[in-house]
Design a protein around this ligand. Structure first.
Ligand code: GLC
Length: 455
């Protein structure tokens, strides 16, 4: 009978039956683990990315070796000159905390291969040139002491290791002589896996590991990613991993899945239009990583700073779609975070002091995006983020008025009155909040209105 019905459906004229693939048990099991592991992180919403390395000396961004096709010999002058004497991890940690950030991720090794941690597997590291100090350890200690969760970025690409071929954007990609060398890929993998093992065994509990990045064939099993992830999880069962051990192929809408090799997706320098869903309609954890100017690593001439307002509104944008924001700073060769970055983060922090309730633990809501801003939601609290100039009363259309318990300004706790109808707007479904007569929002950058709903 069932078979018969199915055939009828398939053959019924003008009717298209789309076979709905169901998630396998194994998929759901992995999905649930991902959601469990990432719970604290999804609530945290806001983190600091730190790109720090010898590239702060040329001060033309962390890709300088590749962009200018610099050889390892020529790059050495930057390694020699890199003495970040004013580096103080506690200062960085205090700033992150004051900005309202809940976690931080530091580049333990970037593509140039120079290690900020005291790896036993190479001499290409800062420690012996830094009075024996292990910069990564100091970072971890200081941020943990401020109560922040900690993560390390590790570049699986390595433009220094002699067994790493001149593929992708390697500085010597066009150097025919260099290409003649014998690159022993297994040797490189051993080194790379070994370094990751050092990081996950020698530095206490790590909350996040941020691998970067796969391209072309250099993806997944080329890196022996399964083995790598298994090893990492063996030592650090609760650790959260980004998704860059694989390429972004396969992440097209409608086909997305949560990976076995990574917990969260990593849109870069952009914010998705909507929450990211897997092909079955379940939310996938994601984090936009964003620079404060145009470069990740310190760039002396890049003054394209994003104003605090844009940063705050971008954070809200992410949260309104169930995502996180990992905001970057690129300390200079002295080890200081640029003054401009400090000023922006302090301003963001000022806003967070009064408004972070609309960020931490908050996420998307079903209402469509209003002209004047965005919504975030946490349980029975709906947060209307008033960002853009507005005429008349603020209409939170779609909020069921019979469920409204209270409405007040989040920054001050002041009560706001509201009505269902407003001058010629008599249709059902409106909720006009009395926000005064000014078209400009009364609290800088983003005025948050807390709409408290009954059960
Ligand atoms: C990129 C870049 C890199 C940066 C990273 C941050 O993949 O190669 O320089 O560290 O994105 O997301």
């Amino acid at each position: 009978m069932l078979v018969f019905l199915f055939l009828v459906l398939l053959t019924a004229p003008g009717r298209e039956v789309v076979a709905q693939e169901q998630p396998t048990k194994a998929y759901l099991e992995n999905y649930n683990q991902v959601m469990e592991r990432t719970q604290w992180w999804r609530e945290a919403r806001f983190g600091m990315f730190i790109h720090f390395g010898a590239y702060a000396v040329p001060a033309r961004g962390e890709w300088v070796k590749s962009n200018e096709r610099i050889t390892t010999e020529a790059y050495q002058k930057y390694i020699d000159a890199f003495h970040p004497g004013q580096f103080d991890a506690r200062e960085w940690a205090r700033l992150a905390k004051a900005a309202g950030m809940k976690y931080a991720v530091l580049t333990a090794k970037h593509h140039d291969g120079y290690c900020l941690f005291d790896s036993k597997l190479t001499d290409y590291k800062l420690t012996p040139r830094f009075g024996g100090r292990d910069l990564v350890r100091e970072f971890l200690d200081a941020f943990r002491a401020e109560g922040l969760k900690v993560g390390l970025y590790y570049s699986i690409i390595d433009w220094h290791h002699p067994d790493y071929p001149n593929v992708g954007n390697h500085p010597q990609r066009d150097d025919k002589e260099y290409a003649k060398q014998n690159f022993n890929w297994d040797n490189y993998l051993k080194y790379m896996h070994g370094q990751v093992e050092e990081l996950v065994t020698q530095y206490g509990k790590l909350d996040i590991m941020w691998f970067d990045y796969s391209f072309d064939d250099y993806s997944g099993e080329k890196w022996k990613a399964r083995e790598l992830v298994e090893m990492v999880r063996r030592h650090q069962p609760g650790i959260i991993l980004d998704n860059r051990l694989e390429t972004h192929e396969g992440l097209t809408a409608g086909k997305r899945k949560v990976s076995l090799l990574g917990d969260f997706e990593t849109p870069e320098q952009g914010i998705p239009d909507a929450p990211i869903l897997d092909q079955y309609g379940n939310p996938i954890p994601w984090e936009t990583c964003l620079t404060l100017n145009n470069y990740w690593g310190y760039h002396e001439l890049d003054k394209n700073w994003k104003p605090a307002e844009l940063v705050i509104q971008s954070l809200v944008n992410c949260v309104s779609k169930d995502g996180n924001l990992l905001l970057n700073v690129g300390p200079d060769a002295r080890g200081l975070i640029p003054d401009e970055s400090v000023a922006i983060l302090e301003e963001v922090g000022k806003w967070m002091v009064r408004n972070s309730e609309s960020i931490y633990g908050a996420g998307s809501c079903q209402l469509s995006k209003p002209d004047w801003g965005r919504y975030t939601r946490k349980g029975n609290s709906l947060f209307a983020h008033w960002m853009h100039p507005n005429i008349g009363q603020l209409n939170a259309r779609g909020v069921p008025t019979d469920k409204v318990k209270n409405i007040f300004m989040l920054h001050s706790g002041a009560e706001l009155s509201w009505v269902k109808n407003w001058w010629g707007n008599m249709e059902e479904g409106n909720l006009f909040i009395n926000t005064g007569n000014s078209p400009e929002k009364p609290y800088r950058h983003d005025t948050v209105i807390h709409i408290e709903l009954n059960e």
